[in-house]
Design a protein around this ligand. Structure first.
Ligand SMILES: *Cc1c(COP(=O)(O)O)cnc(C)c1O
Length: 427
């Protein structure tokens, strides 16, 4: 009782003075103070395991030691902090490192646009550029898509909490697997555009997440993605991959589309591009589409040099065998837990790599599990139309023992929630 009162008084200020729009904190009511890799401590000193990674913006963990050191050294020497889009040493280092460690080894050639520092701004830039380049208006987006909260990106997002927003020329097609949708749905749309009486105008672009993070970890097959790339190409439309959440290593590769072999025209990156949660977003542009006029997509905060420093460290990690080895190990541990959850708990496996999770036939179960997990000091989130998917998203760098401990707590949370739900059904 005393503990509850203490907690309530600590939360009161937030409840009184912070807008109702606050969200994640409602399911995870703690006041957090410190964090290191996959551990977080609240004000009272309680330790939590992070299976959430701030929605995939902390893929390299909290306060990665190398990133922290670079940032501190830079601050101590009065390094330039905000630089709009002026040239800085930190930005040049990032451009160089990103090219050498990420793009070149994958045979990719992209121009880098620094957009405003949020994923949704990179999406806005992509939509705008595709429309400018093609002189077309329509953009195809998919069921369950999430692309951000500003009006253009929100129109492309499938779930629009604020009904009544302009649809801005967005056409919705079913994502692979949606009500059995497959490549034939793409073919049908292509035929409609080509048919003078099909009633569909030629699109400027297709925007797609290869794995839908907020939409419930729905994963597109390499075949479907290659088919989509073919349809886009034949229709003269640009293919935009929104890799804001699925990219930066979540699937095990740096880009989520690497296994499929497609090369998108535009790629949106944000969340973990800076490595340690400092705001930063990018649009990667195939050189032939870099048709912006100077200043056409401006923004004050496109020069976060602390983010550039950390992002350079992050890019270099992709050449570090220890880092790659640790991702693969974490992947195996999570995979084993999910296989077990399918057998023991009747769960359905979702996603790929460390962008995985499970759903249950009882749609309300995942949220109950997340609540039970919080009681066990494990931070975990749900996604999907009904919050029916548990997202298991620890930092890629989590120590194996801590990962296993977190998964044990998660199993406990599932068992408790399942037996409660069975009792309810029996009653
Ligand atoms: C989070 C997210 C965005 C929006 O990024 P913000 O930084 O929150 O604006 C866009 N697309 C996808 C796929 C995302 O997961």
């Amino acid at each position: 009782m005393i503990a509850t009162n203490l907690r309530e008084s600590q939360l009161a200020e937030f409840e009184m003075y912070e807008s109702n729009v606050r969200y994640y904190c409602r399911d995870m009511p703690a006041v957090l103070a410190r964090a290191s890799n996959a551990r977080i401590w609240d004000e009272e000193g309680y330790e939590y395991i992070d299976f959430f990674s701030a929605c995939g913006s902390l893929n390299y963990g909290h306060n990665h030691p190398l990133m922290k050191r670079r940032v501190i050294e830079y601050l101590m020497t009065d390094g330039m902090l905000n630089s709009l889009d002026l040239h800085t040493t930190a930005k040049r280092d990032f451009l160089r490192t990103f090219r050498e460690h990420i793009l070149a080894p994958r045979g990719l050639v992209y121009r880098v646009q620094f957009t405003g520092p949020t994923g949704t701004n990179a999406v806005e830039a992509a939509l705008k550029l595709a429309r400018k380049v093609t002189r077309r208006r329509t953009v195809v987006a998919f069921t369950n898509a999430f692309h951000g909260m500003t009006l253009g990106a929100l129109a492309a997002t499938a779930r629009q909490r604020n009904a009544g927003i302009e649809q801005n020329g967005i056409v919705r097609l079913p994502f692979e697997g949606y009500f059995c949708a497959d490549t034939r749905d793409l073919d049908r749309y292509e035929a409609m555009v080509n048919d003078p009486s099909g009633g569909a105008e030629p699109p400027a672009a297709f925007i797609v997440e290869t794995i839908q993070g907020e939409g419930g970890l729905n994963s597109a097959s390499p075949e479907w993605l290659r088919h989509l790339a073919g349809v886009a190409h034949r229709l003269g439309a640009l293919l935009i991959v929104d890799d804001v959440q699925a990219g930066c290593g979540r699937t095990g590769d740096f880009f989520s589309f690497e296994q499929s072999g497609i090369v998108p025209d535009l790629v949106c990156l944000a969340k973990s591009i800076s490595g340690n949660g400092l705001p930063m977003a990018l649009l990667l542009i195939k050189p032939e589409w870099d048709q912006w006029s100077p200043g056409e997509h401006n923004g004050t905060f496109r020069g976060n040099n602390l983010a550039f420093l950390a992002a350079s460290v992050a890019a270099q990690l992709w050449n570090d065998p220890d880092f790659i080895g640790s991702i693969n190990q974490s992947d195996l541990i999570v995979r084993a837990w999910i296989d077990n959850a399918v057998r023991e708990f009747g769960a359905t496996a979702k996603g790929r790599g460390l962008f995985s999770g499970v759903s249950f036939s009882d749609r309300s179960l995942a949220r109950q599990v997340a609540g039970e997990a919080f009681q066990r000091k494990l931070l975990i989130e749900t996604s999907g139309s009904y919050g029916e998917v548990l997202k298991v998203m620890p930092p890629l760098t989590i120590e194996p023992e801590l990962l296993s401990e977190g998964l044990r707590r998660l199993s406990d949370a599932v068992e408790v929630s399942l037996s409660r739900s069975r009792l309810r059904t029996a009653a």
